[in-house]
Design a protein around this ligand. Structure first.
Ligand SMILES: Cc1cc2nc3c(=O)[nH]c(=O)nc-3n(C[C@H](O)[C@H](O)[C@H](O)COP(=O)(O)O)c2cc1C
Length: 313
């Protein structure tokens, strides 16, 4: 049975959201990306890293994702994270398209320098006893789609698994993910390859697995406001029906998400951080757009809950 992972999403895949996804059948998750250099130089109690690295004891397998471009920093950060005994693997971000990341020659900029990417993988492998995985794209732009050669290079350097997002850096999140191109990577290497991009439900998961031949799928945006997607995909794989959650369950889950966030960060922060999540939970329902505006002015979780209950089931 292919594994179904939650893809890392900065600002979203924190411990609260991950726990919900695990509760609904997710097989593994990744933290939000963490700067190797920032982590090494930050004071130990710095809130940003405390939050980024926080994990509940009852989560499933969790990779910590690092970004950076200097092999020594990535290796040192990996060694320290390994000692924390919280993570099941170290993932290296070679796919982030954000200017502030590629400007530092990290993220998807590494796809332009396979030799450096390989040195990073080798250095991190030497620094940790944990599996080392790489998350990559198809290349920098349409003219430089080097995913197959790049994948071979990082696999030869010791990567234990790859996740391939089927877009180039220049595409960012536009267009369709190219599953056939992910399939070429799968054919080219002997380590497991996880397909990523545009899996939004059971049928698209089946199509993606069929087209790529991959060993699993990582789901990002399809899980926003929809932790049930993991059960849906697994039901599709098993060929059994899976009913979508009733609106009552959607509200209960959204509020559990909000209350766990409040227990962790305080209600004021939770109400602010949860705005986007609440919008995703109700997306597509009649009256959702107007409700979103009202949720954005709510100051307490009780107010949000009362608003959510005004939508028709
Ligand atoms: C808001 C947001 C934040 C993301 N943050 C990260 C990140 O920290 N690390 C990473 O490797 N990819 C990150 N991604 C990319 C996703 O992991 C994934 O590759 C991409 O969204 C395509 O998959 P999807 O179509 O299933 O969403 C992010 C994507 C989004 C939408």
């Amino acid at each position: 049975m292919p594994s179904i992972y939650l893809a890392p999403m900065a600002g979203i895949t924190d411990q609260v959201f991950r726990r919900l996804c695990f509760a609904h059948g997710c097989d593994g998750a990744t933290t939000e990306m963490v700067s190797a250099q920032g982590f090494l130089t930050a004071p130990k109690d710095r809130n940003a890293y405390r939050f980024l690295l926080a994990r509940y004891d009852d989560e499933g397998p969790l990779a910590v994702q690092l970004f950076g471009s200097e092999p020594r920093f990535l290796a040192d950060a990996a060694a320290r994270l390994t000692d924390m005994d919280l993570f099941s693997s170290i993932d290296i971000n070679m796919g982030c398209p954000a200017q502030k990341v590629v400007g530092g020659a990290s993220g998807s900029a590494l796809m332009k320098d396979p030799a450096l990417a390989a040195r990073i993988v080798a250095a991190v492998k030497r620094a940790t006893s944990l599996p080392v995985t790489v998350k990559m794209r198809l290349g920098w732009d349409a003219e430089h789609q080097n995913a197959v050669a790049f994948a071979r290079c990082v696999a030869d350097a010791g990567a234990d698994r790859l996740t391939v997002h089927g877009r180039t850096r220049m595409q960012q999140y536009s267009g369709r993910a190219d599953w056939a191109a992910i399939g070429q990577v799968k054919q080219a290497v002997s380590i497991p390859v996880i397909a990523n991009g545009d899996v939004a439900d059971g049928p698209s998961a089946l199509a993606c697995l069929r087209e790529t031949g991959c060993d699993g799928i990582a789901i990002g945006r399809g899980a926003l406001g929809n932790p049930w997607i993991f059960e849906e995909v697994k039901a599709a794989l098993a060929g059994v029906p899976c009913a979508p959650p009733e609106y009552r369950e959607v509200i209960d889950t959204a509020m559990r998400h909000g209350r766990e966030m409040a227990a962790w960060k305080g209600e004021k922060s939770a109400v602010l951080e949860m705005r986007k999540h609440f919008s995703w939970y109700v997306a597509g329902r009649r009256g959702a757009a107007a409700l979103r505006t009202r949720i954005h002015t709510a100051l307490t979780l009780d107010e949000v809950e009362a608003l959510l209950r005004t939508l028709p089931a």
